[in-house]
Design a binder for this molecule. Sequence first.
Ligand SMILES: C[S@@+](CC[C@H](N)C(=O)[O-])C[C@H]1O[C@@H](n2cnc3c(N)ncnc32)[C@H](O)[C@@H]1O
Length: 344
Amino acid sequence: MTNDDNRGGPGAPRGWREATEAALYGPDGFYRSPEGPAGHFRTSVHASPLYAAAVARLLCRVDEVLGHPQEIAFVDMGAGRGELTTAVLAALPGDVAARVRAYAVERAERPAGLDPRVTWLPAPPAGVTGLLFANEWLDNVPVDVAEVDADGRARHVLVRDDGTEVLGGPVAGPDAAWLARWWSLDAEPGARAEIGRPRDEAWAAAVASLERGLAVAVDYAHDREARPPFGTLTGFRAGRETAPVPDGSCDITAHVALDACAGAGAALLTQRAALGALGVTGGRPPLSLASEDPAAYVRALTRAGEAAELTAPGGLGDFRWLLQPVGIPASAALLVDVADHEEE
Ligand SMILES: C[S@@+](CC[C@H](N)C(=O)[O-])C[C@H]1O[C@@H](n2cnc3c(N)ncnc32)[C@H](O)[C@@H]1O
């Protein structure tokens, strides 16, 4: 990286937040492309139908806590092409399915052929009661990046469209306050941080759209005690990790400071613990089943393999679930047996 803001070349340098906003959501942005996120990476939603089934069970628990209202909302925040919403609708028991109102909230256009029961919106519906679920949404809310310069000061990192960077002005105001509170930057030159303030605000706005119920954000995350010293900003293209270049050709993502997003009464769990509490475990079926009912054994083995992927240490199992209750008892009530599954 150079230290001077030399103009010219492939686009003038600008903050990572602005550059990412254009690269992901501009007219030719990465998330506008027809193949959608699933064309470039696998989330838990694509890994197995067990995931949507677990989310459907969580919706049923929320429904119970809310006293089975006449209408219960399922809001899929950052819905991709509506895959989770569609699968949750299919997995719900009849009595809940008859009362559910499904919303997919997305910046991309509604995909052709989507279940007509799904309402497609650019922002969450206001004042609904139910479950808002955001799987791998917050990591795609663009953020600015700070880097410590040779004199030990935190400066904004600016980026050109080809991915080359220069240092900009010092980090000040609310961004500096956010870093001081949530991500204290080592004075070592070159140390970097992603400034999570826009994500805190985006999450607070999504939570505020609920009248009553539970909001859940699931993402790869880090805690204040162990932030990555050089940040986690990276790119993904066609299933592979790549350099983050803000030209619309790749996803640009960074792990989420979910602890900074958490509001009063929130709980933070690993995906392994949350899915365990919702009945997804990776145990193999008994061998005796293989002789009694070979087809059932093969199905159970497939399920066990998928559950293992969703809960794998070092993989999807390490994702974090942020559970934020709104006007209902603390989230522990919804995942009653979670303590039995928490291994940390
Ligand atoms: C990584 S994808 C996840 C898709 C899906 N939830 C899944 O888990 O497969 C993130 C999605 O969030 C959408 N997104 C980002 N910011 C958004 C916003 N402010 N409102 C609605 N959707 C948004 C993107 O367009 C993208 O489709």
